[in-house]
Write a protein that binds this ligand. Structure first.
Ligand SMILES: *Cc1c(COP(=O)(O)O)cnc(C)c1O
Length: 833
């Protein structure tokens, strides 16, 4: 142990250090009473055991080391901690075959806890949830990220409604992390060659249950002052700083895995920021196995997975070619690749010298498997990347989807945890979730309604306290602060909304008719209240104006008790909101929300969603589960606002207040049950991780190992196969097709001329587009052998049921190899016309 504690921990309490440095406390609340007992105020203020341990007095610790009740509780918690760590979990069995595998998950942000602020928003929270799930499921995943001296900004709102930004310093000594110490007893550092110098990166680790998150920072004493600041600020600085951070994450991250002695099978890129790792990985393979660069590229690509989160091409990071070349110069000399070939990897059109270099394109080319983050986003991404697969039908562009999910134990309330535990047991989120819907659905109406009441009461309480704190900090008078104690009402419909204040999220759609909204909230018989939070990017003046509009609305005298705008949206606030609201509102402009996860966080707690049919909600929504804005086409602001008000006025409020003799709104509770049971397991990160494992990681592990075996024999073969295809493909063409009807079948015969390409290097198919209800078809054709007297000509033939007209079918020939990911790795295709 090498982490900073200002004094000695008494021997009987030594294990407290381990517990405090294991971030499992962010989701396992067994330990909460322990920390509270140590120091109640420190605990309440920070909810960070590491901060409690660092700041508690020696006297208090000495006292506790003689307190038998405390020691008993500690022993109990340690036993449960030990069991969690030692008992093999659900994934072990799945990845069991052969050598143990390691999957490295690269992300620019990790949002594990507000006490560990290395995130800006949804991307980071997803990465944090991912690591926690990997721990719960015992998946062999390690995280790779950067340690920033300043995380994302903290928000305050001044008395005029203007957002102010603060950048508190992340003191590594007070974060729950430790330096990684090597076998030689020294702090592990990674050296990275940059033009004219070597930059040293320090390696830190955070322990997340059973998994590890490794972090790099450049604040080493040996570095020059400029380089020491590279990891100063998340998304800070200009284009060059951004590129340098991405070099550190990708190239430095890969080198770090080597320095840690981890043999990595799969690299998973959470968004394109880490794309440079594919180059670093190929170079180290090339050196180790003595292959050419392109053989190494083929070998390692099978083990790379890219998850894209961007719904518009403008969202891809783009760099000037000269800037990229400055940092790639030495690398290219090392691996023997020309500047032009290299730049082509980051361009839509590799031959267009004016195109900037985009990491998303490099990631797409350098990863055999690619996915978007919801069904709709998968479709949007296939369109975004279609030009990289010319002449391919859009549905076959090799971008699949895995819809995001949330780590439920991080977002459920103590009340909901209790209810789920009674129905489904304590182990419910430690494995597959298929059996949960039926189990949780047995809860009766009264129980579900009482759950809502308890959670709403807690949220009202929390909101009042947090508001008082903000008002006090802002310097408001005692009278104003006192009013905060009376805002909201624990018994009325509570709407929640929190998001980044940016144009596409349309945070003010609900405010488009302020009078109508005010009438709705202040209705005497059926009132409602609204809690809002969100940050605008420091340079986004429009976003700040939207915050101000909500600020002013919430300060109208008649609305002061009904609308609360809370400052500083972060994980802690998100947890409280998603636990206590009755309805979560989300109004992005379709299809700009790649997935969206905040709405998933209310599911296990019984909150209902009222949301645009975008991202995850487009695939989750059914009338039995909640409410939808939009028609599933592009968004129309005016129509969406009207629909939002109408839903609230005509459906949400009446349903919530339709009470029976026992005071229970039966129809409302029915929806709660349906949404909890059907959606919470389906949009949990358990389902997400299982999909990545089965559909992406296992195929990647098998493929990358096969390619590497026998001195990379297969990788060399694939590389040669592709080179020959590329050189010869222009020769490929068809003769004229013969179609005959034979009974109720069509028989197609097609002459195909392949030049020097061997017939087993291609696949010939009959392709039909989707038509009405009929899906697209690609029917393999069989070779009947060479055409007599022709050079490299073959007849291919197929029989198909004559259900569709023969004109629907077009013969096509495409590159084929049983061991390649297609068409991702070889996209040659030729059509008969
Ligand atoms: C969940 C979460 C997000 C992401 O929410 P979206 O609905 O995907 O925008 C952002 N910030 C915080 C603090 C969160 O907890």
């Amino acid at each position: 142990m090498f982490a900073f504690l200002p004094r000695v921990t008494p021997a009987p309490l030594a294990m407290l250090t381990d517990l405090a440095l294991n971030l499992r406390w962010t989701w396992n609340h067994e330990l909460d009473t322990l920390w509270r007992t140590i120091d109640a105020e420190l605990w309440e203020r920070t909810h960070n055991p590491w901060a409690v341990l660092q700041n508690v007095s020696q006297d208090r610790l000495d006292e506790l080391s003689r307190d038998s009740a405390f020691l008993d509780e500690l022993a109990r918690v340690l036993e449960s901690h030990r069991r969690y760590h030692d008992e093999p979990g659900w994934c072990r069995a799945c990845v069991g075959e052969g050598e143990p595998a390691t999957i490295a998950y690269f992300s620019m942000e990790f949002g594990l806890s507000e006490a560990f602020p290395l995130y800006a928003g949804g991307l980071g929270v997803l990465a944090g949830d991912y690591l926690k799930t990997a721990s719960d499921l015992d998946a062999p995943i390690v995280g790779v990220g950067l340690l920033y001296q300043e995380g994302y900004f903290r928000q305050t709102i001044d008395a005029g409604g203007q957002q102010r930004e603060a950048y508190p310093y992340n003191d590594p000594n007070s974060l729950p992390i430790q330096p990684v110490i090597g076998s030689d007893g020294a702090w592990v550092k990674v050296g990275l060659r940059l033009p004219g110098r070597k930059v040293y990166l320090r390696v830190w680790q955070a322990i997340v249950g059973r998994t590890h998150l490794y972090l790099l920072d450049s604040n080493d004493v040996r570095n020059g002052p400029g380089d020491r600041g590279i990891t100063a600020k998340l998304y800070g600085g200009g284009s060059e700083m951004r590129l340098l951070q991405e070099v550190i994450l990708g190239v430095g991250g890969w080198a770090m895995l080597g320095a840690l002695g981890l043999k990595v099978d799969v690299c998973h890129l959470n968004e394109g920021h880490a794309a440079l790792l594919v180059l670093a990985r190929a170079r180290s393979f090339m050196r180790r196995m003595g292959t050419s660069f392109w053989e190494a590229w083929w070998a390692t690509r099978a083990g790379n997975v890219f998850t894209t989160h961007t719904p518009v091409a403008a969202g891809f990071d783009a760099f000037a070619p000269a800037l990229v070349c400055k940092y790639a110069h030495e690398y290219l000399q090392d691996v023997g690749v020309s500047q032009r070939d290299f730049l082509g990897l980051g361009r839509l059109d590799p031959f267009d010298d004016h195109e900037p270099f985009k990491l998303a394109y490099l990631a797409l080319r350098g990863c055999a498997q690619v996915n978007g983050v919801s069904r709709l986003h998968g479709k949007v991404s296939r369109r975004l990347f279609a030009d990289l697969y010319p002449r391919w039908p859009i549905d076959e562009v090799p971008v699949r989807h895995v819809t995001n999910g949330v780590h439920v134990p991080s977002w459920d309330s103590a009340w909901s945890d209790r209810l789920w535990t009674e129905a489904c047991g304590k182990q419910r989120w430690l494995g597959a979730v298929d059996a949960l819907p039926a189990a949780v659905a047995v809860n009766d109406d009264r129980k579900l309604w009482e759950l809502a009441a308890a959670q709403r009461r807690d949220l009202v309480q929390y909101t009042r306290q947090r508001l008082m704190w903000h008002l006090g900090q802002r310097g408001e008078s005692a009278q104003v602060v006192a009013v905060a104690a009376q805002v909201l009402d624990p018994n009325i419909l509570t709407l929640g909304m929190a998001r980044r204040f940016t144009a596409y999220k349309r945070p003010n759609l609900l405010l488009s008719d302020p009078e109508r909204l005010a009438r709705l909230l202040c209705c005497d018989q059926r009132p409602a209240q609204l809690i809002i939070a969100g940050k605008a990017h420091p340079e986004d003046e429009e976003g700040k104006r939207l915050i101000k509009a909500w600020f002013e609305f919430s300060h109208l005298p008649q609305l002061r008790r009904r609308v609360v705008l809370l400052e500083d949206y972060d994980i802690a606030l998100a947890q409280q909101l998603v636990q206590g609201v009755d309805v979560w509102i989300n109004t992005p402009r379709r299809p700009w929300e790649a997935c969206g996860t905040s709405g998933m966080k209310v599911l296990a707690n019984g909150g209902l969603n009222l949301s645009e049919l975008d991202g995850w909600w487009a695939e989750a929504y059914e009338p039995a589960f909640g409410w939808a804005i939009g028609e599933g086409g592009p968004s129309d602001d005016a129509a969406d606002a009207e629909r939002l008000y109408r839903l609230l006025e005509d459906e949400v409020l009446p349903l919530f207040y339709a009470r029976d003799a026992q005071g229970i709104p039966r129809e409302w509770v029915k929806r709660k049950r349906a949404s909890m049971a059907n959606l919470a397991p389906r949009f949990s990160s358990n389902r997400m991780l299982a999909e990545y494992l089965e559909q992406f990681y296992l195929p990647a592990i098998r493929a990358v190992r096969r390619r590497e075996d026998n001195q990379a024999k297969l990788a060399r073969e694939l590389c040669a196969w592709q080179a020959a295809l590329a050189a010869q493909w222009h020769e490929v063409h068809f003769g004229s097709v013969e179609v005959k009807r034979q009974g109720d079948q069509w028989r197609f015969d097609v002459p195909v001329y392949l030049g020097e390409i061997m017939p087993d290097g291609v696949k010939v198919e009959l392709y039909a587009m989707p038509y009405g209800e009929l899906p697209a078809q690609a029917i393999p054709m069989q070779s009947l052998g060479p055409i007599t007297g022709a050079l490299q000509g073959y007849i291919f033939s197929a029989h198909i049921p004559a259900e569709r007209p023969a004109e629907h079918y077009t013969p096509r020939v495409r590159a084929w190899h049983a061991d390649a990911f297609l068409p991702a790795e070889a996209s040659q295709i030729a059509w008969q016309r």
